[in-house]
Design a protein around this ligand. Structure first.
Ligand code: ADP
Ligand code: AMP
Length: 223
């Protein structure tokens, strides 16, 4: 009997600043699967002043969620791409129960199964600290943290030399609203997934990036 290779199809769930992007990038590199982060796709649209970007910007600036139809459309498009056939990592999607239901319907239509959901559990005061210290390279998008993951090139990106910026929505007032929106709209997804057949791994995502990565690899892996 020939063994069929398991496809990594996972969702990274958790509050803003929990480390989903940081860990998702590492896992995507290691496993050779694409990572689709709806926040990154939307920020790219905002930068390029596309109609999607213009619509999304006002929600993002206020720390509110972009309408479900818009983000579900983006994920549908991403999952149509040939590169996602060998598996994928979703980061920051779904963020509402409606999005989770729509994702389940999309996958069912494609006859695909979500392998697992990984929830990143981080206390609120640590989230606030991480978001306040987050810096992003304006050229290549690499993510640093002035407290925990500083760039070895100081104020410049150690990967490409680009300038480091604070995300507009990482300002204190917006962060507070994003955390409120998370609690109201996204946290209920935990209970929703507890009632689904998909495995839900709850990760205590504190400690160094390497430590969290080790815990992540102990629950999902590509080999
Ligand atoms: P998310 O994608 O969940 O919003 P990020 O991956 O962007 O979160 O991480 C938020 C910030 O916290 C970034 O500045 C990142 O460098 C930093 N960070 C990520 N993981 C850790 C960790 N384990 N400990 C401390 N800081 C972290
Ligand atoms: P993130 O980069 O994941 O922190 O997302 C940044 C912002 O993009 C959020 O505050 C929302 O405004 C928007 N966004 C990203 N993903 C979603 C989603 N799945 N649903 C609704 N809005 C989203």
């Amino acid at each position: 009997m020939r063994a069929t290779r398991r496809r990594m199809r996972i969702v990274l769930l958790g509050p803003p600043g929990a480390g989903k992007g940081t860990q998702g990038d590492r896992l995507a590199d290691r496993c050779g699967v694409p990572k689709y982060a709806t926040g990154d796709i939307l920020r790219d649209a905002v930068r390029r002043h596309t109609p999607l970007g213009l619509e999304a910007k006002r929600y993002m600036d206020a720390g509110e969620l972009v309408p479900d139809d818009v983000v579900v459309g983006l994920v549908d498009e991403a999952l149509e791409s040939p590169e996602s056939r060998g598996g994928f990592i979703l980061d920051g999607f779904p963020r509402t129960v409606v999005q989770a239901e729509r994702l389940a319907a999309l996958l069912e239509k494609k006859e695909l199964q979500l392998e697992s959901v990984v929830y990143f559990d981080v206390p609120e005061e640590e989230l606030v600290r991480r978001l306040a210290g987050r810096r992003v390279c304006s050229a290549c998008g690499a993510v640093y943290n002035v407290h925990s993951e500083p760039s070895r090139a100081g104020e410049a990106c150690q990967a490409c030399g680009g300038g480091l910026e604070t995300r507009d929505d990482d300002k204190e007032e917006t962060v507070r609203n994003r955390l409120r929106v998370y609690r109201e709209s996204t946290e209920p997804l935990l209970d929703w997934y507890r009632g689904q057949p998909t495995a839900l791994h709850e990760l205590v995502a504190v400690g160094s990036v390497d430590e969290v990565y080790d815990s992540l690899l102990s629950v999902v892996g590509c080999s």
